[in-house]
Design a binder for this molecule. Structure first.
Ligand SMILES: [Zn+2]
Length: 444
């Protein structure tokens, strides 16, 4: 079989490699979905005169963004003014109970596509009806890691057995969509179930994720129920280790921070959701200074209310400053690293994605920054381009997106779907679900 070679000539490539290389007038040579070379454009065109060309010569190319914690949603736009526990009970649980599997599948599809269209190529999503979400993830073309909402309730649809079944079904590392292990939180999963998930994660050497230390109430409840804080509780159960990704990790004691650092656990930082649910500000600078692996997540659209990682980067860069009163907590470049290569490290995918380097997958986010909000626009000023990306841009500036060299978005348009038809079909379902939620007493 002949190789599929594609040339992607770029105005500027922000590689996000270890030394932050930025290249002007270079071309990414993609062979069978992997980056085979990065050459000066004239050289690449001479070397591959007949290759297909995907032109980004007026555009800025960055690695596809990595969202390390999200949940799919078909509906959003209510429960905007509630703190975590009240919101969880009145909104998250009610929406979860009312949503039917086919609605969840549609919700997952539009959520993954929203993320892809705004530049995210790799995402970790915790889902109810995760088997249905799996089908949606495969359809979307994104690189998705699914964690089921494993709970200790009899009517739980995502039992640990299903989690295991889908982990085994998706063991092939070549698959774009795979399962990891996880459980919702200590609130919904008892100690035996948590230990069981931990043992499976160890046996298969596969990551796991749970919500932890998200708000002050979360810490209070764990202290009341188990006599210790949430992260310490996970440690005592033997599941705080290098395979654990803690979603949020806002309120940790010094002892808990020491434990996370010692065992090499990972953190999914979700600044917008933390602000919206009035959780507080995670000590991001301190985590990074301790060498803790940390990436950025949007959380679900019910508490964000979108999957735009550009917005998330801006809030990630700004939120710590409120807590520390220090303006240099996170630079634009450091923030972009968190949303790319560091996110990939959190998901154990840094050898494959997260930076634009030879041997990695052709997962790219291509930005058209020829807009009034991106002046000065000069390919030779990577520092300014990165500032624009973090502070001025939004997902709407994403022109094209590639995963494994497959073009999933071109000229701001999804290639696998007719977006207008998809919108209509999804909106019929979303309006129907909203009406049922209203009938259940959810305040709009
Ligand atoms: Zn979450």
């Amino acid at each position: 079989m002949s190789e599929r070679i594609m040339l992607i000539p770029a105005g500027c490539i922000l590689t996000m490699d270890a030394v932050g290389t930025a290249l002007q007038d270079h071309t990414i040579v993609s062979k069978d979905g992997k980056i085979a070379a990065i050459l000066p454009t004239a050289e690449a065109r001479a070397a591959y005169p007949t290759a297909e060309v995907f032109d980004a010569s007026e555009k800025v190319v960055i690695p596809g963004l990595v969202n390390v914690h999200m949940h799919s949603n078909l509906v959003r736009g209510f429960g905007d003014n509630m703190a975590l526990y009240a919101w969880h009970e009145a909104i998250a649980e009610t929406v979860g109970m009312e949503t039917r599997p086919e609605e969840m599948q549609m919700g997952a599809l539009i959520s993954y596509l929203e993320a892809i269209k705004s530049g995210t190529t790799t995402m970790l999503s915790m889902e109810k009806y995760s088997a249905y979400c799996y089908e949606a993830a495969v359809q979307s073309g994104g690189r998705v890691r699914i964690v089921p909402y494993v709970l200790d309730f009899d009517d739980c649809v995502d039992k640990v057995e299903l989690n295991l079944e889908y982990v085994e079904k998706t063991l092939d590392p070549a698959l774009r969509t795979r399962f990891i292990f996880g459980f919702d939180s200590f609130r919904e999963a008892g100690p035996d179930l948590i230990r069981q998930v931990g043992a499976l994660s160890e046996k298969y050497n596969i990551l796991m994720q749970t919500h932890s230390a998200e708000s002050v109430d979360d810490v209070k409840l764990c202290l009341e129920k188990f006599g210790c804080e949430p992260v310490k509780y996970l440690y005592d159960l033997g599941v705080l280790n290098e395979r654990m990704i803690l979603a949020h990790g806002v309120h940790l004691t010094q002892e808990e921070k020491d434990l996370v650092e010692k065992v090499g656990a990972r953190i999914a930082h979700c600044p917008t959701s933390n602000m919206k649910l009035s959780d507080g500000a995670a000590p991001v600078r301190e985590y990074l200074d301790r060498g803790i692996r940390l990436g950025i997540g949007t959380d679900g659209a019910n508490s964000n209310n979108n999957y735009d990682m550009f917005e998330e980067m801006k809030f990630a860069a700004l939120l710590p400053r409120i807590a520390t009163k220090k303006a240099d907590d996170l630079t634009a470049e450091q923030t972009l690293r968190l949303a790319t290569i560091e996110g990939a490290r959190v998901l154990g995918l840094d050898q494959e994605v997260g930076s634009i380097e030879v041997g990695k997958k052709t997962d790219l986010c291509i930005l058209d920054m020829r807009s009034l909000h991106c002046l000065p626009f000069n390919m030779a000023e990577p520092g300014i381009l990165m500032s624009h990306i973090v502070y001025s841009c939004s997902g709407a500036d994403v022109d094209s997106v590639l995963v494994d060299g497959e073009v999933l978005v071109k000229n701001h348009t999804l290639t696998r779907f007719d977006e207008a038809n998809l919108f209509r079909a999804a909106n019929v379902m979303a309006c129907d679900l909203t009406a049922r939620l209203k009938a259940r007493g959810v305040r709009m």
